[in-house]
Design a protein around this ligand. Structure first.
Ligand code: SF4
Ligand code: SF4
Length: 383
């Protein structure tokens, strides 16, 4: 990993080169733990790195399944940190899930000076990225590491962030994990420390392939440039007024709704349904926070009743509450990668008639204030 050193992209390098702030933006999906990761990074600065720091996150009314952004800002300790606005031009952009790569707006404000870390799929060598000038782009198989160490993606990504920030002594990362997770989840501390260590050790530089370079050059000159320019302008000044603000502040974009794709929130596990065992008690339906279980009129033991037909995995967040409550083990935990064709997959019948059903709405379904920016671009005809 010697190649990561002396590239001038770390925290110290940037602050010593005269930059006022070193800024990180986490692009994530509710449920992956980016909020906690951001908090730990913020606390780390003040407690162990001898700098001033601040952090906050932005997410919608229901966190799980919707886009989440985390913002962390560091400056030299002689300076008071009074800036609490979102990070517009990050020094380090951290992408917690592949699904987010489909949304070009995650790259806003990124330039040649931005380093990027991407959570790769298990076994993936190179992600398909368009619209990112990613010379300093790094990746790691975060989900795989989290599953193998029984930790969570957020601590694995924390380890990777520390590496790219140029933190040479991982003990500060261990200390912040002990301070935070040791109190909150003492039983999981050992696993989380292992996950963080592997994240730190396994993050690697991604090399851009020739065809990707060509694609990026084309893209860079057109849509991304425009999108960035519009986003910058919108983030730096408020253009909303009586003529163009959404009516009543209502956000018509999809968020965590019945039509949202919640699959990106899953962390490698899914519930598997063994219909032969099911006694149709409906406990899973009550426990599930989303519209996953599809019950329809049918027959069970000679009686007409509502029968569990299967799961609509489109809405499943992978929380596995249903596995916990099922009294007859008709729902069991499975590794998602081993079940690409899910038995008993049952599309939500009530939603099939809706034209937008199965649109890729999840990661684009902003319900934070930033959704207005997306709308504005579309309505203004600028993209
Ligand atoms: S909790 Fe288990 S047994 Fe009851 S309906 Fe759901 S899957 Fe069937
Ligand atoms: S894991 Fe079970 S309870 Fe959780 S969202 Fe999926 S189906 Fe619902």
């Amino acid at each position: 990993m010697g190649q990561l050193k002396n590239r001038g992209i770390g925290l110290k390098d940037k602050l010593e080169s005269g930059k006022t702030y070193y800024e990180i933006r986490l692009e994530s999906i509710g449920g992956l733990g980016a909020n906690l990761c951001g908090k730990m990074l913020g606390e780390l600065g003040v407690k162990y790195l001898d700098v001033n720091s601040s952090n906050f996150s932005s997410y919608g009314s229901e966190k799980t399944g919707t886009p989440v952004k985390g913002f962390i800002r560091y400056c030299k300790k002689e300076k008071e940190l009074r800036e609490h606005s979102p990070v517009v031009e990050p020094d380090l952009l951290v992408v917690f899930h592949q699904a987010l790569l489909k949304d070009v707006s995650i790259w806003k404000g990124c330039g040649e000076e931005t380093a990027v870390i991407i959570a790769l799929e298990p076994g993936q060598e190179q992600p398909e990225i368009t619209g990112c000038n990613y010379d300093a782009c790094y990746g790691l198989e975060a989900q795989k590491i989290a599953m193998e160490t029984h930790s969570r993606i957020n601590v694995v990504m924390l380890g990777a962030v520390l590496k790219i920030m140029g933190i040479e002594n991982l003990s500060v990362g261990e200390q912040i994990c002990k301070d935070t997770l040791g109190k909150k989840y003492p039983d999981a501390l050992k696993a989380n420390l292992e996950g963080m260590k592997r994240g730190y050790e396994e993050v690697r530089r991604l090399e851009k392939k020739a065809e990707q370079k060509q694609k990026d050059n084309q893209f860079q000159g057109k849509e991304l440039h425009k999108a960035n320019a519009t986003e910058h302008k919108s983030l730096k000044q408020s253009d909303w007024g009586y003529a163009n603000a959404p009516l009543g502040g209502v956000n018509p974009n999809f968020g965590s709704t019945v039509v949202a794709d919640l699959s990106p929130s899953r962390q490698g596990y899914i519930p598997l349904f063994i219909q032969e065992r099911c006694i149709n008690c409906g406990l899973c339906y009550s426990a599930c926070p989303d519209m996953v279980f599809q019950f329809a009129k049918g027959e069970y033991k000679g009686r007409e009743m509502m029968v569990n037909q299967g799961l609509d995995y489109y809405h499943c967040k992978g929380c596995l509450r249903c596995v916990d409550v099922c009294p007859v083990n008709a729902l069991v935990r499975g590794v998602e990668a081993e079940h690409p064709k899910k038995e008993y997959f049952m599309p939500n019948q009530e939603l099939l008639r809706m034209p937008e059903y199965y649109e890729e709405a999840g990661p684009d379904g902003y319900i934070t204030s930033e959704s207005y920016l997306t709308e504005k671009r579309m309505e203004g005809g600028e993209v």
